[in-house]
Design a protein around this ligand. Structure first.
Ligand SMILES: Cc1ncc(COP(=O)(O)O)c(C=O)c1O
Length: 443
């Protein structure tokens, strides 16, 4: 493949790429040099349709003019304001806008710069909350198998992906895991939330019996576990988890880094499922991916528990130099305006049915073990090659990039799609037509 000389770096070696097979990539790089709306431009000038919203984040589409202009204006007006002991108006404005979108009394926002930081922030707030209320024995954290909560030490400890954990030592003491909600035998080819599996929430009661509620601070789950293959919650599961947490005074955290900002047709999955957690972590879609930003939405009672004691004293010893960075706040406000002006969350809700229909059209192609559409996303499990788990998925990704002009995620042999919410019905057809050809080609 001929690469345009001007777009290709001289030396690919110094950059150690994250979550990437570096040596294979550097032999045959997949370089992107531009983007607009639903498309990426590769370094050889080809236009590729984006079936993954970048990395589950560019929900408003790429390089949208209002977001670009807001970032440019802010960069020329206020490059940086100290996050500790000073602030700037857009930080407060954005927190208010996010709180207004959130259900119930989730009305305070702590800002950070990524999903991983949001998760570690939420876990720390949970521990500190019990501490300030005199329940210092509540230190255990509970995650779930097949959960992804980023790459901080807290996040990998509560996360349930063996490869993300096994090289990094003992992690953190006092963490336990609920079982995954996915069972192919019981759930294969379910559209949306599967019928089977609500009872798996009761495993939390078993962990309470094992450890005692007085030692458990919080449970963290993704409402839809996206990174490990788009696993929607069984019908009734999240309600049951909420009820068990309430019974035992355990905080419930929804990690909405992917499900937030429209992916499931609502501002937050909490709204789709009618379940209000105690905290919501978010990132990605808040700025439509244009500037790094993350945050934690916190219920009023949690915030209020900290607002005690002498007023000159810092209430929570936590924060980041770039918490509520002016460029991120400007991008966030512009993204929220665009989501509202174009009705993109409602659009995702309306497109859910044609999206699922198009995805299920792949059923019957070679090696397909399961297809799981929910909201504007889908996980497609391909059978692994006998000699190498993950190889077929990677071949599909490469074929998509180099020959079929479509981008999506490959997680092992599972293909995951989550287009920008501006996708049209004909583009949905185009994405799945390309995917059908790719799946046949890697048979
Ligand atoms: C549910 C969830 N939590 C946390 C993260 C980590 O986000 P980041 O990569 O911004 O640190 C991700 C990233 O995909 C995620 O899906």
């Amino acid at each position: 493949m001929a690469l345009a000389a001007s777009s290709v770096p001289n030396d690919l070696e110094p950059y150690w790429m994250p979550f990437t097979a570096n040596r294979a990539f550097k032999k045959r790089p997949r370089l992107i040099v531009g983007a607009k709306d639903m498309h990426y431009i590769a370094s050889d000038g080809r236009k590729l349709i984006d079936g993954a919203a970048g990395l589950w984040c560019t929900n408003a589409g790429h390089n949208r003019e209002p977001i670009v202009a807001a970032i440019q204006r802010e960069a020329a007006t206020l490059d940086y304001a100290p996050a500790f002991q000073f602030s700037h108006p857009k930080a407060f404005e954005l927190a208010s806008r996010i709180a207004a979108l959130a259900p119930g009394d989730l009305d305070h926002v702590f800002f950070c710069n990524s999903g991983s930081e949001a998760v570690d922030t939420a876990l720390k707030i949970a521990l500190a909350y019990h501490n300030v209320r005199g329940n210092a024995s509540r230190v255990r954290l509970i995650g779930r198998e097949r959960g992804y909560h980023g790459v901080g030490f807290g996040g990998i400890a509560v996360g349930g992906i063996v490869n993300n954990r096994k090289q990094f030592g003992a992690l953190f003491a006092g963490v336990d895991h609920l079982p995954t909600t996915y069972n192919r035998e019981k759930q294969a080819f379910s559209i949306g939330e599967p019928e089977w599996g609500a009872h798996l929430a009761d495993e939390l009661d078993r962990l309470v019996a094992l450890h005692d509620a007085s030692t458990i601070a919080a449970v963290i789950v993704e409402p839809v576990a996206a990174s490990t293959g788009v696993l929607a919650p069984p019908k009734g599961y999240l309600e049951r988890l909420r009820a068990i947490c309430d019974k035992h005074g355990i905080l419930l955290i929804f990690d909405e880094v992917i499900t937030g900002y429209g992916r499931l047709g609502y501002a937050f999955a909490a709204e789709r499922y009618g379940v209000i957690p105690d905290m919501i972590t978010f990132a990605k879609g808040i700025t439509s991916g244009a500037v790094p930003m993350g945050g934690v939405l916190v219920r009023k009672g949690i915030y209020d528990a900290f607002m005690k004691g002498p007023e000159h004293v810092i209430e929570l010893f936590h924060g980041y130099t770039y918490s509520a960075h002016p460029l991120a706040c400007a991008a966030g406000l512009a993204a929220l305006d665009l989501y509202r002006a174009e009705g993109l969350f409602e659009r995702a809700r309306k497109l859910e049915t044609p999206w699922a229909k198009a995805a299920m059209g792949l059923k019957g192609l070679p090696n397909i073990l399961d297809i799981r559409p929910v909201g504007l996303t889908v996980g497609i499990d391909l059978a692994s090659k006998p000699d190498a788990v993950g190889k077929r998925g990677m071949e599909a990704l490469e074929l998509g990039f180099f020959e079929h002009d479509v981008m999506f995620r490959a997680v092992g042999d599972t293909l995951a799609l989550s287009p920008p919410l501006i996708v049209s019905e004909s583009q949905i057809g185009e994405i799945f037509d390309k995917l059908a050809n790719i799946i046949k080609a890697v048979a």
